[in-house]
Design a protein around this ligand. Structure first.
Ligand code: GLU
Length: 306
């Protein structure tokens, strides 16, 4: 996402920054980055495979329609973010989706349709065929495997906490007793807070989108927000003067690409694609141009499950 500075927009930014400071700060001041910061020039190009044959009903249907429909997140800077003006999606998960699409024979720039799917409706969207694949900070777990299958893990995240920059009392999961902690419906971090209420002692506050939690946090309605470190680092990088990540992960969140349950052929084709791009360096290149810019250093990805 590029933010071009003209004299006029600089003046608007300045005015917004001043009024934001005056009323307690709802938006980032001038200098904060809105919505991620992809290095578009450094993104890899993905060669589109020809004559792809995979014995998968979902893929055959997509080939017939000439479009691969991929579920994505739209409010996670550096991971899955939709630019409000261009409507284009960007971020690391979007790149993973594009590399897989290319290997399945779909041109990522022309033949892929991204659809915003929030955390609580991912399983439904996949099983009802509203999306062919889901690439959106999607933790692989046994509960979800009852409804969908996964190709992965392609990335390992962990639950963490995001707080206001001036927060002193919250230092990790041991210091959220009695605190209001925001997270998203249908997410594993929210479930963890609820399942272990006696251990954490936090008061969960639930919304449908992560950006709702960010707003609550900036407005002082909640004390912290919890989800994967990769997501939280994006919000902190967006508003470095207002927010910070506590930095102590307390769960494992292995990300997988969601697909229709028991579609073994599609699962194995997606795994082949991820593996090929991890080997040829384009996975790392994509990471460095997206998520790597928010403060999550590149680490060797976990072993794929076959
Ligand atoms: N990775 C976690 C999950 O799949 C949290 C992020 C999200 O809500 O997408 O539930």
């Amino acid at each position: 996402m590029k933010f071009r500075k003209t004299a006029a927009s600089a003046a608007v930014v300045l005015t917004l920054a001043l009024s934001a400071t005056a009323c307690g700060g709802k938006e980032g001041p001038a200098g904060d980055k809105p919505g991620g910061d992809t290095d578009t020039k450094a993104l890899p190009e993905y060669k589109v495979a020809k004559d792809v044959k995979v014995d998968s009903p979902v893929l055959k249907k997509a080939q017939k329609r000439g479009k691969l429909i991929i579920g994505a997140k739209s409010d996670q800077p550096y991971l899955g973010f939709q630019d409000p003006s261009s409507k284009k999606y960007e971020g690391f998960d979007i790149e993973v989706a594009k590399m897989v699409a290319a290997d399945l024979g779909f041109d990522p720039e022309k033949d892929v349709q991204f659809k915003t799917i929030d955390s609580s409706v991912r399983e439904t969207a996949i099983s009802k065929g509203q999306v062919d694949l889901m690439v959106g900070t999607y933790t692989i777990n046994d509960e979800r495997k009852k409804q969908v299958s996964f190709a992965g893990p392609y990335y390992m995240a962990g639950q963490d906490l995001l707080v206001r920059k001036d927060e002193k009392s919250i230092k990790g999961p041991d210091s959220i007793k009695g605190k209001k902690v925001c997270s998203v419906t249908g997410s594993t971090p929210l479930q963890n807070l609820k399942d272990n209420k006696s251990k954490f002692g936090a008061e969960p506050v639930e919304f449908g989108k992560y950006t709702d939690c960010v707003k609550q946090l900036l407005d002082g309605q909640v004390d912290a927000m919890t989800t994967d470190d990769a997501i939280l680092k994006g919000y902190a990088a967006e508003r470095p003067t207002k927010l910070k990540v506590v930095g102590e992960t307390f769960s494992e969140e292995p990300y997988g690409i969601g697909l229709k349950k028991d579609d073994k052929e599609l699962q194995s084709a997606v795994l082949d694609a991820v593996e090929a791009h991890q080997k040829d360096g384009s996975y790392k290149k994509a990471y460095d141009a997206t998520l790597g810019r928010s403060g999550s250093k590149f680490e060797e990805p976990p072993a794929l499950e076959r």
